[in-house]
Design a protein around this ligand. Structure first.
Ligand code: FES
Ligand code: FE2
Length: 372
């Protein structure tokens, strides 16, 4: 980890040397950087993939079929039959194989064609691509990149799903923007103004940052400048008192971290105990990677009176959905502006986000797309 830094350049500080030219044209356009496929990425929830029913999923323009056979673990294949490229997900699972809906060719978990029924013999080596596939935390992960790297790449263990001390909520909205906007949105807590209707007059205090080869993190505490604190926000972020922001004691620390390619937000209380844990992956859908399927898990520590959290759970769901909706709207507007301007014109002044942008560019797929 590099040395921590507790201060950052003021937005209008001429010493920062930040100009739109500097920011927009000093490197590759982040919105054209594809996600690095050499990671385990979620493509479905485990419960969506039922035994004996093929499930169609997608990664960056690649159609996938997820198969939970009658026996043996779940597997993933390219969702195009080797014969005439119709989706295998329209076919039928038989034993450990999937049989195409059209002429009935059957494929095994390695993607090899094991039957061409009307020739009464296997498919002579014709097959479809098989993707390494694992389940963890109620999610189905595939490894879309080089399969040789899969075994030595850890499968994420998201959040506190299996921890009875926590209650976990799943969410999976689709957002019409490049995945990088999502990372930037969560990392930059200076956008609480957007959520003023949900959160009231809350403000983030930047407490420092950390960065390393494959991560960037920022720490914040929240302070209330006035008004009443909404109940759901209090449950998530703890109680804030109406006193001068700079004087306000730090009750809890919010740590937002992009550990490429995943993102987390954790809240620790003043005793250092974890009270909220959010894990999110942003999975590109189309080949242009300008649509993102979010897979998120939000775990909240159960209070002493456990039923209180159960009672508040629906309110909490509505609150987090509304916040997310506001974020979705704003990042989609950013993406729209990028389309209209034909590139990234961001004037980024917050060092954490500049570090994050560097991380996303250097960790991304090596080929940068040059055309829309
Ligand atoms: S297209 Fe699949 S068997 Fe013919
Ligand atoms: Fe937000």
């Amino acid at each position: 980890m590099l040395q921590e830094k507790r201060h950052f350049d003021a937005p209008n500080d001429p010493r920062s040397g930040v100009t739109s030219d500097h920011v927009a044209r000093s490197g590759p356009d982040l919105r054209r950087v594809d996600l690095n496929p050499d990671f385990w990425l979620p493509v479905a929830w485990s419960h969506q993939v039922r035994r004996g029913r093929p499930f169609a999923a997608r990664y960056a323009g690649e159609p996938l079929v997820l198969i939970r056979p009658e026996t043996g673990p779940l597997y993933a294949l390219e969702d195009r039959c080797a014969h005439r490229q119709v989706p295998l997900s329209k076919g039928k699972i038989e034993g450990e194989t999937i049989r195409c809906c059209y002429h009935g060719w059957a494929f095994d978990r390695k993607g090899s064609c094991v039957t061409v029924p009307y020739l009464n013999k296997p498919g002579n080596g014709r097959g479809v691509r098989a993707y390494p596939c694992r389940e963890s935390g109620g999610l189905v992960f595939v490894f879309p990149g080089n399969p040789e790297l899969a075994a030595r790449t850890p499968v994420p263990q998201p959040c506190q799903v299996d921890n009875p001390e926590f209650k976990t909520r799943r969410f999976d909205p689709r957002v019409e923007c490049h995945y990088s906007f999502m990372h930037e949105n969560l990392m930059d807590m200076n956008h609480q103004f957007l959520h003023r209707r949900q959160m009231g007059q809350i403000t983030a205090r930047f407490m420092g940052q950390g960065r390393g080869e494959d991560f960037v993190e920022a720490r914040y505490s929240f302070a209330r400048k006035g008004g009443d604190q909404p109940l759901a926000e209090r449950l998530l972020f703890g109680k804030h008192k109406d006193i001068d922001v700079s004087q306000q004691p730090v009750d809890e620390i919010v740590t937002v971290r992009t550990s490429y390619p995943y993102q987390t937000l954790q809240i620790h209380d003043k005793d250092g105990d974890l009270v909220m844990d959010l894990w999110v992956a942003y999975v590109p859908q189309g080949q242009d990677q300008l649509t993102t399927q979010t897979f998120g898990l939000l775990s909240v520590k159960r209070p002493k009176w456990k039923f209180l959290l159960d009672l508040a759970w629906p309110v909490l769901g509505i609150f987090t959905d509304r916040i997310f909706h506001e974020d979705k709207e704003v990042v989609e507007m950013e993406q729209q502006a990028w389309r209209e301007l034909g590139g990234d014109h961001n004037v980024e002044v917050f060092p954490v986000v500049r570090n994050l942008r560097d991380l996303l560019i250097r960790s991304g797929a090596p080929t940068v797309r040059t055309a829309l």
